[in-house]
Design a protein around this ligand. Structure first.
Ligand code: TMP
Ligand code: ASP
Length: 237
């Protein structure tokens, strides 16, 4: 299939979406922008769009092979991939295996403390409110999703956690936490959308617990490019 890149439909902080000749499919172009804290911290990093496009292609391709429906169809250039056109749910599902980031702030427990079981949390995608955390009941009350949908998000999040945790472990990486977004293809087919990259995961090198993700940028730790390239190398090896 020869894909035609049409008009730009959407521009986010890290990606742009374009129409194709088929309304069911879009071109997703990864940008070189790095942002954190809802865009309050911003930078350009040449190459980052390519690295993330290739990392998300590899991981979503693997999830597809394992029977988890994702929006990923094929990589068409260094920084572009074809994705299914989903009707997105305005939630971020965060899966956590180890205490870090905002959970460290909330609990006061040291970063790196393993959780006795994996946790799924939901955040409402509302830029103007900095994506507040949402309880199960509040998601139902505001009719963002119903019981059946939430149960499906929970199950799919834990399934991806199992698959991605094992995939990263084989590559010497600890999957600390990550974020997923869900949508529906053709109305009712639950599908993982957005991206799975060092922007949206916490990935620690198992050997020395060095951070290989966007926390290097958020916390000004340096060697951001090296970390993303290291993840790309491990994922594509
Ligand atoms: P947190 O500890 O800041 O809540 O982040 C949890 C995980 O979710 C971490 O892997 C980074 C990812 N994440 C996003 O992908 N987008 C976001 O906007 C935020 C806040 C976190
Ligand atoms: N995704 C958010 C941003 O781009 C927050 C973050 O990842 O820290 O600003």
């Amino acid at each position: 299939m020869k894909w035609e890149k049409g008009e730009m439909l959407y521009e986010g902080k890290a990606k742009r979406l374009y129409a194709t000749q088929d309304p069911d499919y879009l071109v997703c172009e990864f940008k070189d922008s790095l942002t954190a804290f809802n865009g309050k911290l911003k930078a350009e990093l040449a190459g980052k769009g390519e690295w993330n496009n290739r990392i998300s292609s590899a991981i979503m391709g693997y999830l597809n092979e394992q029977g988890v429906a994702t929006h990923f169809v094929e990589q068409i250039s260094q920084s572009e991939q074809i994705v299914k056109n989903l009707k997105m749910v305005p939630l971020e599902a965060v899966v956590r295996n180890v205490i870090a980031g905002s959970l460290h702030k909330r609990t006061g427990m040291p970063e790196g403390t393993p959780l006795s079981r994996s946790v799924v949390e939901y955040f409402w995608k509302k830029d103007e409110l900095d994506d507040p955390m949402m309880s199960h009941d509040l998601i139902l009350a505001l009719e963002i999703a119903d019981e059946e949908q939430l149960a499906a998000f929970h199950e799919a999040s834990l399934r991806v956690n199992d698959l991605l945790g094992a995939y990263m472990a084989e590559r010497g990486i600890l999957l600390v936490d990550f974020k997923l977004e869900f949508g529906y293809f053709h109305g009712d087919d639950l599908t993982v959308g957005d991206e799975v990259t060092p922007d949206t995961c916490r990935l620690w090198n198992k050997k020395d617990m060095v951070k290989l993700d966007k926390d290097r940028f958020r916390r000004k730790l340096g060697n951001v490019a090296e970390a993303y390239q290291e993840v790309l190398t491990r994922v594509t090896a």
